[in-house]
Design a protein around this ligand. Structure first.
Ligand code: C2E
Ligand code: MG
Ligand code: MG
Ligand code: MG
Length: 278
């Protein structure tokens, strides 16, 4: 692909690129259709307090299973939705559905938080924060039960505008988590200004905990940073007991991962919660 070949290289537009474009535009068309038909759904992955194992929240993850085909993972369609702008409509739906499902959890867990992924394009819409306010109002859910996961790429704007958005959302009681932390480009001063609530350690670093010292050092650094800046730190992608123990020993507060639970449909989540009993 042209962009992977560095500056100054000349790329001939070849048939396989045409194929790929065609494949992507077909995929986008059926994604649009399935979104309209209400055929997307959400799964929820539990997030726990590592010290007490108590359930703190769940992360909503969008799922797409086209009729007659295989499931397509979000890594394959989210960026298409971003490029085409469909992510706005998709994101609106995710937020509404997640708040709807949250109402099933609230009677038993009044403090539970619903973490919703928000893409940069979505976050940077001029009316994003008022949309969130409306969605909360319509569902009757308190902002304190909503956590928005954004990646460092929203910070590319680095502007007063982003800061104001954060302030507005925080006034609603909504918390903000920086997703995939450590893989983007946020500057430390920026992090401090943004007043986020939580850093989510990218799972690529958690995966290296078992294998290498440098993996451990990076995780240690992020946890230290969180402590200094007064942020919660959540480790994602915990797959093994030794990763879990290591994270606890390093003082990481929160975690999620296959070791604890896979992302689950709402019914399965409710069953998991019954068994977890914490
Ligand atoms: P993310 O927000 O960083 O979500 C975590 C991803 O790691 C999820 O992949 C989850 O299923 C996976 N995961 C969790 N625990 C483990 C583990 O122990 N091992 C491994 N190997 N993986 C684990 P998923 O569901 O495929 O989502 C991929 C990405 O797609 C998400 O990364 C997020 O960036 C994006 N995404 C998913 N749902 C939405 C959505 O509703 N809106 C937006 N804008 N993006 C979404
Ligand atoms: Mg996330
Ligand atoms: Mg992540
Ligand atoms: Mg990720």
């Amino acid at each position: 692909r042209a962009k992977n070949q560095g500056h100054g290289s000349c790329v001939i537009f070849n048939p396989s690129m045409v194929e790929e474009l065609r494949y992507h535009s077909q995929m986008l068309r059926s994604l649009k259709r399935d979104l309209d038909l209400g055929q997307l759904f959400l799964e929820y992955q539990p997030q726990i307090d590592l010290a007490t194992s108590q359930l703190l929240g769940v992360e909503a993850l969008v799922r797409w299973h086209p009729a007659g085909g295989q499931r397509i993972p979000p890594d394959q369609f989210i960026h298409l939705a971003e490029q085409s702008g469909l992510i706005i409509k998709l994101g609106d739906w995710v937020l509404q559905q997640a708040l709807l499902d949250l109402q099933e959890l609230l009677p038993e867990f009044p403090n539970i938080r619903m973490a919703v992924n928000v893409s940069a394009l979505q976050f940077n819409q001029p009316d994003f924060e008022t949309k969130v306010a409306k969605a909360l109002k319509n569902s009757g859910v308190s902002g304190q039960n909503l956590d928005l996961e954004i990646t460092e790429s929203v910070g590319v704007l680095g502007s007063l505008e982003v800061e104001n958005k954060f302030t507005y959302l925080k006034q609603l009681g909504v918390t903000l988590s920086i997703d995939d932390f450590g893989t983007g480009f946020s500057s430390l001063s920026y992090l401090e200004k943004l007043s986020a609530d939580r850093l989510k350690i990218d799972r690529s670093f958690v995966a290296k905990l078992d294998a290498s010292d440098s993996g451990q050092r990076i995780v240690q650094m992020i946890i230290g940073l969180g402590q200094r800046l007064n942020l919660q730190v959540l480790a994602e992608g915990i797959e093994t007991n030794s990763q879990l123990e290591e994270l606890k020993a390093l003082g990481c507060h929160e975690g999620q991962g296959y070791l604890i639970a896979r992302p689950l449909a709402l019914d399965a989540l409710l069953e998991w919660i019954d068994q977890w009993d914490c």
